[in-house]
Structures are given as C-alpha cells and as structure tokens.
Design a protein around this ligand. Structure first.
Ligand code: HSE
Length: 431
C-alpha cells in the first residue's frame, strides 16, 4: 500500500467511468492515502451506485471534458470501454500532459499507435495492464519482470465468456446455443456476446500481448480470427477421447524469418498443456522466453475487483514514478514504432482434426486417402463410428503437422467428390 509522506503532495486522479470496473477502482484506491480521486465522470448523476464513502456527490460530474482539462489532475483513468468517447477524451488528456491508465483493449489494440506516439511526444505514460485478462498481471510482467527474455511464443485463453461456454459444453454435453443462453441468464455472457464468441475480444488481447512481446506494432485487422459458433459437443468429446481439450486459443509466435504468426481460433491442445486445466470464466496465458522457459499465469480475466486490481496497480506504478522525480521513467514509455510482418494463416503449420460425413459405400475411405496423399497431407489417425440412420458415415481424421494451404486444397477437392455429404468441422490441433 502506498502511504503519504507529509512533504509530498497527493497525486490527483480523474476517473472516466463509474461502472463495474470504475466502482472497483474507487474501492481499491480508497486504501491509498497518497492518491486523491478528484473527479469521477459518469453519464447519469442520479444512477444508484455503491461507491466508497470518500466519493461524495461533488466528486461526480457528467462533464468528462472537465476531467481531462483539469490542470490539477495528474492521472486520468479511463474505464469507459469502447472506442468513442474514450479515444477523444484520452487524446485530450495526453495533450494536457496527463498520464493515462486504461482498461480499454478495443482502444489500445485499435488506436494504440496514435496514442503511444502522442504520449511519447508529450512525455507521459499510458499504462494498460487491465486491458488484457483483467486481474492477470501479464502486461507488466512481459514489459518489466521478463524484459531480459527474447520471447518466441505467447498462447492464451484470453476470453472468459467463451471459456465458460466451452467448459459447460464439456461438462454437460450440451449445444453451443444452449450453453450460451445459460451463460447469459447467469450473467457470465453479455446480452450482446458477439465480440466474445466471434473471437474478436481475444484478437484485441493477443494483438496487445504480441506487440509487447515482439516489440512491434500489430494491425488488428491482420489477426486471423475465428470464433466458437461452429463447435459442437461431438467435437469437444472427440478431442477428449484423442487426448486433447478444445479451447479458444489466442496464439502469437515468431518465425525464423521474423514474421509473426498471430491468430485466434478454436484448437485442440494437449491435456498436459497447463491451459487445458483453465476452466469456467478463468483466463490463462502461457509465455515462452529464452531465459525463463515456459510459464503460465492463470486467474480471473474480468470482474469488478480483479480488473480494479490491475488498474490500481498501474496507478501505483505511475504514482511511484512521478511522486519522486515528477517524471515517468523512460523504461515504461512505449518505444517501438515499426509494424510486424504477419504470416498468413494459409502458411501456418498445424495438425488438423476433420469430421467428414460421407455416403456409406465401398471405396470412400480410399478416395479420401488418395486426395490427402495427393495434396501431401499425411494422416495420423482415422476412425469411422458406425452408420447413422440416414445411411451416412461420420469419419474422423487427425493429420500430421502440415501447412494449412495443403489441407485447404485437400478439403476443396474432397467437397467435389459425390460421396462426401458434408465437411462437418475442421479444427486446428496445436502440438
Ligand atoms: N468479455 C471479456 C471476457 C472480458 O469474457 O473475457 C472483458 O475483456
């Protein structure tokens, strides 16, 4: 806990937003007597809020410009979420030489480049620990504690909503649609869960982590993104039988040719991977560094107090710097400006799980084998489970490690054969 030295002035904070995270931040800051929350920006003054007693009515304002323009405020904390008005307010605050703490992954992943450039010009810092995986201290761990490492891989379960749904599908053997509805009813999924289930939320997060680990900027629209909408309980159970677990994975790895393989998609991961034991609403991030080896951080990726823990930690980090020298330490200012070269998904190397519905007649398996062989896709395992009432067979295949475009070529050819009724699913397997 930071406490006051009587010779030092209190650091004044302005908070943009007093929703779930903002309320948590106020609770966390009420323990620190060196920090004064001068103003809290809200949309509606009359809304009932459970704020700590130190926050009296006069602290609340609906005039958010008044916070970013207040000459007495040292640190602006943005917990509004979304792009606007957060982007405009943060930009104004930086121009007014205020340090920024934000929990906003959309903002950092989409407009980080312009905000970091501006912050560098103004000699202020942007801290954003809470923007990725709520309470898990991954950003500052990469930036500081592990800064002596050269990173080769980051792999994570970066979205709690989808991890909750996949866990429910595994435990209850129920459909994606049913588990999503239950998650919404219980408040684990938002009423509009599009960004979560489509993988977009995880794409923002892996883009932020990769930019730190590899010291290069990532264009968010270059991150290959696939959600969990097409996953069925059959895929989840077959993964288990084959020694894997199905998870929505965000992955970023550096190639020998210095390109970054960055993507979000459902994947089979080995049950021995520590991420396979991350269940429910939890998040997990596995990092591989040349010095530290592999390490995994697991914890709550959202929620009032876990997210507030990261926001308040960032505020403390800034307070520790500016209350001594008045200036931020250069190590904490983003220095990289070039953009990463991204490896296209078609060039990525994976194993593949395929579920194919075919006619039940002689020669079908041979036909599939011929097409895979012709496209240089080597099969590791193949099973056929009985025959359905509609007289079709469901064939399950696991390939060896191969370039994605070869599998895509094989799939395109398979789709043209009359005996194949449907490619039911194709899921990457990360070895
Ligand atoms: N909606 C996110 C999740 C939390 O479900 O993990 C905020 O990024």
């Amino acid at each position: 806990m930071l406490s006051v030295d009587n010779n030092k002035k209190k650091i004044k904070v302005g908070l943009l937003g007093a929703g779930i995270v903002g309320t948590g931040v106020l609770k966390a800051l009420s323990k620190h007597d060196i920090i004064e929350v001068k103003k809290v920006g809200v949309r509606d003054l009359n809304k009932k809020r459970n704020l700590p007693k130190e926050i009296n009515g006069s602290t609340l304002t609906t005039n958010l410009d008044d916070i970013v323009n207040d000459p007495e405020i040292d640190i602006v904390v943005e917990v509004l979420g979304g792009i606007e008005p957060a982007r405009e307010l943060v930009t104004k605050a930086i121009k007014n030489k205020k340090h920024i703490v934000t929990a906003n992954k959309d903002l950092i992943a989409t407009y980080g480049a312009e905000l970091f450039d501006l912050a560098r010009e103004q000699n202020v810092q942007i801290q954003f620990e809470a923007s990725v995986c709520g309470g898990i201290p991954i950003i500052n761990t990469l930036k500081q504690t592990l800064s002596a490492n050269t990173f080769t891989k980051i792999m994570g379960i970066l979205n709690g909503t989808t991890n909750y749904i996949l866990t429910e599908m595994l435990n209850k053997n129920e459909s994606f649609e049913k588990c999503l509805k239950n998650a919404q009813a219980l408040g684990y999924a938002e009423s509009d869960p599009t960004n979560d289930i489509s993988g977009k939320d995880a794409a923002y997060k892996i883009a932020i982590l990769a930019s730190i680990a590899f010291n290069q900027r990532i264009k968010i629209n270059e991150v290959y993104t696939e959600g969990i909408e097409k996953i069925t309980p059959v895929d989840i159970q077959l993964a288990e039988e084959l020694g894997y677990r199905l998870k929505l994975i965000g992955l970023a790895a550096k190639d020998n040719d210095n390109r970054i393989d960055i993507r979000v998609h459902p994947a089979f991961i080995k049950k021995t991977n520590p991420l396979a034991s991350v269940f429910g609403g939890n998040n997990g991030v596995l990092v591989r560094g040349d010095l530290v080896g592999e390490l995994t951080l697991i914890g709550l990726g959202a929620g009032e107090l876990p997210t507030a823990s990261s926001v308040a930690g960032d505020i403390n980090l800034l307070v520790a710097q500016i209350s001594h020298s008045g200036k931020p330490h250069p190590q904490f200012i983003c220095q990289h400006t070039d953009y990463a070269k991204i490896k296209p998904i078609s060039e990525s190397i994976n194993c593949y799980f395929l579920r194919i519905k075919t006619e039940d007649k002689p020669g079908v398996v041979g036909q599939l084998g011929t097409i895979f062989g012709k496209n240089e896709v080597s099969i590791n395992a193949l099973t056929q489970r009985g025959i359905s009432t509609d007289k079709t067979a469901s064939i399950t295949l696991l390939t060896h490690s191969v370039k994605e475009e070869k599998v895509q070529n094989a799939i395109n050819e398979i789709k043209k054969t009359g005996s194949v009724k449907q490619i039911e699913n194709v899921i990457r397997v990360l070895e």
